[in-house]
Design a protein around this ligand. Structure first.
Ligand code: FES
Length: 42
């Protein structure tokens, strides 16, 4: 994790929400995400 304040996008992870691909920042949107929105676990 680089800045940890949401400005550098160094911690982005891809999610699938309502069938649409999105990118979330782990430092401000997470760090915990529902497994069903993470492509690795869907
Ligand atoms: S660490 Fe910079 S946006 Fe998350």
């Amino acid at each position: 994790m680089a800045c940890a304040i949401g400005s550098c996008a160094g911690c982005v992870v891809k999610t699938i929400e309502n069938g649409e691909a999105k990118y979330r920042r782990v430092c401000v949107d997470g760090p915990v995400f529902p497994a069903e929105i993470l492509p690795e676990f869907a």
